[in-house]
Design a protein around this ligand. Structure first.
Ligand SMILES: Cc1ncc(COP(=O)(O)O)c(C=O)c1O
Length: 412
């Protein structure tokens, strides 16, 4: 049996078919390419129940991933991440069933490990050993890490304001790191020049088709964890939108395979920050693509993407599932970093905590009902954002008594 059922690439814009056996970037029409599989043949040989006995990494879904030879699957044991019930937070928000898919437990501490594992694997399999990308930090750290594992070179360009730790991850893993005093679009322009002049391979968001396949496994895993069924709502912090598009792609593939127990779609929600909400604006205006967001800024740095390349795909996924797009403030999401940690013991990244803020607003507006089963995506660990919580504590000299307000009994 083949390791993959990858058959071809298809343009998400004009539908043109492209050869998947050689390296491809964007379609000539400028839109991203999507990996397509021979699902009919796959369904004859693979059954969803079989996955449970495989090793718990995203490579358990290898038939639905683009790598041809198992030898080329570059792995650090990524996945399967927990689907954690949030009973206390659910009560606080007025929801019945609330779960968190916690991607903070992946290698490099974010869901970016999924795209990097699959993307680096396929790039190397197709002979691409020098990869370059712009990033808001976390993706760069993940790709640098997997590039090191794959013995490939990485050139990473990130805004100077990206989370500090992601710089260290790039340097530690031997990547070439450049900081730009600007936003991710500025980094992208610099990468494009290095690609044209110095022969690097551009692995920018959606400019190659395989990162998306890695992100797709978030959806595959989630639906497997739910017993091959879907929740009512999935709330996702959206920047470039690759995770959201990937979950939607997983849904479509599983439906085509006939592996889901119900025909219903989960409503997909894109959460953005009020300081950078191009998808929300386009959704509200009924547009099919975004216009660039001016003066983008938010503490949820990973979702600072003023003009996502995959905007049509994001908006399409939201609309086809009867979902919505919503913006939340930095104050709300920072407060929710602490609330989630205090009530449920999950220290999430600000982007992940934004899904809590969104759930609260959507419940207050009546868009979510108490009966809805809701899944929040925490895309990364709070450990990557140590400044998101101000930690105040008294500093005492040895032998000094601990202040009474800290040790005093609350038992009464
Ligand atoms: C922690 C975190 N969450 C969410 C995102 C947004 O990712 P996507 O491209 O899937 O929208 C990013 C992207 O950098 C991120 O680092």
């Amino acid at each position: 049996m083949p390791f993959t059922y990858l058959s071809h690439l298809e343009c998400s814009g004009c539908g043109t078919t492209h050869d998947a056996s050689t390296w491809q970037g964007l379609c000539a029409c400028g839109q991203p390419l999507l990996a397509r599989y021979d699902l009919e043949r796959l369904a004859e040989h693979v059954s969803p129940q079989g996955f449970a006995s495989r090793r718990p990494t995203l490579w358990r879904y290898h038939e639905l991933l683009p790598v041809t030879d198992a030898e080329h699957a570059i792995s650090l044991g990524e996945g399967v991440t927990p689907l954690t019930p949030l009973p206390r937070l659910a009560k606080e928000l007025g929801l019945g069933r609330l779960h968190l898919k916690d991607e903070g437990l992946l290698p490099t501490g974010t869901f970016k490990a999924r795209g990097a594992s699959v993307g680096v694997s396929r790039a190397r399999e197709l002979g691409r050993r020098r990869i370059a990308m712009p990033t808001n930090g976390n993706a760069g750290a993940a790709w640098a890490t997997y590039a090191a594992r794959a013995d490939c070179e990485a050139l990473i360009v990130m805004p100077v304001d990206a989370p500090l730790i992601t710089r260290s991850e790039c340097v530690a893993t031997g990547a070439r790191l450049v900081l730009v005093d600007g936003l991710i679009g500025d980094a992208g322009a610099m990468v494009a020049r290095a690609v044209a002049d110095e022969g690097w391979t551009d692995v920018s968001t959606l400019k190659e088709p395989y990162r998306l396949e890695g992100k797709k496994t978030m959806g595959l895993e989630l639906f497997e964890q739910l017993g091959w069924r879907v929740p009512d709502v999935i709330i996702y912090p959206t920047g470039g939108g690759v995770g959201l598009i990937g979950i939607f792609k997983a849904l479509r593939e599983l439906q085509a395979l006939g592996w889901l127990s119900q025909p219903k779609m989960p409503r997909l929600v894109a959460v953005q920050a009020e300081g950078c909400a191009p998808v929300v604006r386009a959704f509200d205006n009924g547009d099919t693509q975004t216009s660039p967001w001016e003066d983008a800024h938010t503490v949820a740095f990973g979702i600072t993407v003023p003009k996502p390349l995959g905007d049509r795909l994001i908006l399409d996924a939201i609309r086809q599932t009867n979902g919505c797009a919503i913006a939340v403030s930095d104050e709300e999401l920072l407060a929710d970093v602490r609330l989630l940690a205090r009530l449920e013991g999950v220290f999430a990244c600000p982007e992940g905590a934004a899904t809590v803020s969104a759930a609260r607003r959507l419940r207050a507006e009546g868009w979510l009902s108490e009966d809805d089963e809701v899944v929040l995506l925490n895309t990364g660990s709070g450990l990557k954002y140590p400044d998101a919580v101000v930690a105040e504590a008294p500093i005492l000299q040895p032998g000094e008594p601990i202040p009474i307000e800290l040790v005093g009994s609350t038992a009464g």
